[in-house]
Design a protein around this ligand. Structure first.
Ligand code: GDP
Length: 315
């Protein structure tokens, strides 16, 4: 990519899109196109078509999606399916209609079967049944991958699809009902510490294992792929290691300085037992993550205290 390329970052205010925007700006890219939801509704086909026709971006990063944790996915399958299909169909088809040179579609590690081999190679896609707690989101993302591959096969488009593992970092959703586990436990631990409580509730058994990648590492990988990867085959973007939810909760409590008890609420679902990506493909190309989990949690905690809960930070 050239620093003057017009790059449309769809979803530039989200966790992933804002990190990619920060990365590109720091690297000297000066022609970034950003539109928030009020300016451009990505689920509106004609609005997206008109926007592309007017702006004619050179490159598109499709980081816009309806996302959420295990509860939000289970509670709102219609929205997770429909909104994501609409957004990606509109953006990808408008990119093709307006000669976008390269498009990066962001998928997710939940596209893989519930009982995929661990670590999960890219070849596991569509080899088995999905985890039911997030199958609506997964099916939308799989449709996005297939659409990018179809444009590559039928029209020779250079649309690439990256599958990031569970992401965390500044700009995450810390709302307890909608969020993923890492920001939820971080906010619970801070709240328990601040209010002098001796107990913190963790959903499920604590036994599932998850892989966590700092979103700045993911952004770095995306820019690396935009510059170095031109295949319609999906590519995993992960940290390369995972931990149990119990270990994650203990690590977060340690970083936060909360030394109370953990209790496990078995009425909440565990979801998929393990979701560790095989990252050998991107490693062979020359990319590796740089931010250790403990360090990433500590900096995310600082960001949260500065941006979300001044009342907590002051205590
Ligand atoms: P998943 O990776 O799609 O399953 O989504 P999540 O990040 O929401 O959940 C990961 C795991 O963390 C599941 O086993 C959850 O039950 C568990 N978990 C433990 N405590 C929490 C919590 O407070 N919030 C969320 N979202 N998950 C939690």
């Amino acid at each position: 990519m050239d620093q003057t390329d017009k790059i449309f970052i769809a979803g530039h205010r989200g966790l992933a899109g804002s990190a990619i925007t920060r990365n590109l700006e720091a690297a000297g890219f000066t022609n970034l196109l950003k539109r928030d939801r009020k300016e451009l509704d990505l689920s509106n086909e004609s609005a997206v078509a008109a926007f592309f026709e007017k702006e004619k971006p050179d490159v598109v990063v499709l980081a816009a999606a309806r996302v959420g944790g295990i509860k939000a996915n289970a509670d709102y399958p219609v929205e997770f399916l429909l909104d994501n299909l609409r957004i990606q169909n509109n953006v990808i088809s408008a990119a093709h209609a307006n000669d976008v040179r390269k498009l990066l579609f962001l998928g997710s590690s939940c596209i893989y079967p519930k009982h995929a081999p661990q670590p999960i190679p890219e070849s596991a896609l569509l080899t088995g049944a999905l985890e039911p707690t997030n199958d609506a989101y997964a099916i939308a993302k799989i449709a996005g991958i297939k659409l990018c591959q179809a444009y590559a096969a039928e029209y020779g488009e250079n649309y690439i699809s990256a599958m990031p593992t569970n992401l965390y970092g500044p700009g995450d959703n810390f709302d307890l009902l909608g969020s993923h586990v890492l920001p939820a436990l971080l906010s619970k631990a801070l709240e328990a510490k601040a209010s002098g409580r001796r107990e913190m509730v963790v959903w499920g058994t604590g036994q599932p294992r998850r892989e966590f990648l700092h979103v700045d590492d993911m952004a770095d990988a995306c820019v690396f792929l935009l510059n170095n990867y031109d295949s319609p085959e999906i590519i995993n973007v992960g940290y390369g290691d995972d931990i149990s939810i119990r270990e994650l909760a203990e690590l977060i409590c340690d970083v936060v300085g909360f030394d109370g008890e953990l209790t496990f609420d078995a009425t909440k679902p565990d979801g998929t037992p393990r979701k560790l990506l095989d990252v050998s493909k991107i490693a062979t190309l020359g990319w590796r993550p740089k931010i250790p989990l403990r360090e990433g949690i500590a900096s995310t905690c600082e960001w949260y205290l500065q941006n979300n809960t001044p009342a907590l930070a002051a205590r």
